[in-house]
Design a protein around this ligand. Structure first.
Ligand code: PPE
Length: 311
């Protein structure tokens, strides 16, 4: 991992190497944490964090679903993210706020454990490779199903739920594919291990609705709005596996993955990235990089002072 200078931990900016926790931490044993993934982009107006407040709102929602009370307000966490970017001096980075039940009592009930809050930042290049972004990736429908809404709340970006994603992506990678596509327990299309999914057919864009065991992705929401604004009809509905195979275009999206085309699914060729995918990918990158006035309200700026001159 590319280490930076500082990590924000429980209200303080501390040195990277000092951000440690005890092995008896509740979240380590039971996956009782919630987190976010946020990107900051270097723009002509400085470091712009994309939809920071929306990500922090989702963090707050995720905590609520885990009966967890965050010891910091959204405004405090927002300031912490901005301070961290400034302290690390890297205008283009990935931010990872995480809140988890800490060290106190072991036993499944989280009661009696403090809530620890940490924010890391580091440079994260493309999620599925530079080439994947340009020419598309190969995906495989996973034999692992998504957890249902009454198993673990999939609306929460909770650490423990990612065991499901880890199994799926590992299986797909071992079979020679770049990414997994997970189905719901009922067999409908849900999402990727770390992305939401869209298909294009006959000029309409489709994506699974929020009841399909998916994370309410902020990139998903962004793309729905951008696509509609560009004049494309977008329909959120239940999709079946064969919709993937018969689609004109398929792409995945997420903070880390941005807009990644899919060129092959289960050995069915979807083809090179199509015109709608490429149009949306460009519009998304223009938006996050501050080149679109239309969506300028989604950018929240952090100031990064230039590195001090060498003495
Ligand atoms: N579904 C899942 C399962 C998911 O993990 C993500 C984010 C999304 C959808 C897209 O959500 P959003 O980022 O709000 O558009 N996955 C994060 C990476 C996970 C990882 O650590 O690896 C991310 O993109 O930051």
């Amino acid at each position: 991992m590319h280490e930076l200078e500082k990590i924000w931990m429980n209200g303080e900016l501390i040195d990277w190497a000092d951000a440690r926790i005890h092995v008896g931490t509740h979240g380590l044993h039971y996956g009782t944490g919630v987190f976010e993934g946020i990107r900051a982009y270097e723009t002509t107006k400085g470091s712009a964090v994309f939809r920071l407040t929306d990500h922090l709102q989702r963090l707050e929602n995720s905590a609520k679903l885990l009966y967890m009370e965050l010891p910091y307000t959204k405004a405090e966490l927002r300031a912490a993210c901005v301070d961290l970017i400034g302290a690390n001096g890297l205008p283009e980075c990935y931010l990872r706020p995480i809140a988890f039940y800490g060290y106190g009592e072991l036993g499944v009930s989280a009661a009696g454990n403090p809530v620890e809050v940490v924010i890391m930042s580091w440079p994260w290049g493309t999620y599925l490779g530079e080439e994947g972004l340009r020419t598309g990736i190969r995906a495989k429908v996973s034999s692992w199903r998504r957890v249902g809404p009454n198993v673990i709340p999939h609306v929460a970006k909770a650490t423990g739920i990612y065991l499901n994603s880890m199994l799926a992506v590992t299986e797909a990678n071992r079979a020679g594919y770049d990414e997994a596509i997970l189905l719901t327990d009922e067999g409908f299309i849900a999402d990727g291990s770390g992305e939401n999914i869209f298909i294009v057919r006959d000029g309409t864009i489709y994506t699974p609705d929020l009841s399909a065991s998916i994370l309410p992705g902020i990139t998903r929401d962004t793309i729905i709005q951008i696509a509609q604004d560009l004049g494309h009809p977008v329909v959120e509905k239940t999709l079946i596996r064969t919709d993937l195979y018969l689609a004109d275009e398929v792409f995945m999206c997420g903070t880390a993955a941005e807009v990644t085309p899919i060129r092959e699914i289960d050995d069915h060729v979807a083809g090179p990235p199509g015109p709608v995918t490429l149009e949306i990918q460009k519009a998304y990158l223009d938006t996050v990089r501050g080149r679109s006035e239309r969506w300028a309200h989604w950018l929240e700026y952090a100031s990064v002072s230039p590195a001090p001159a060498e003495a």
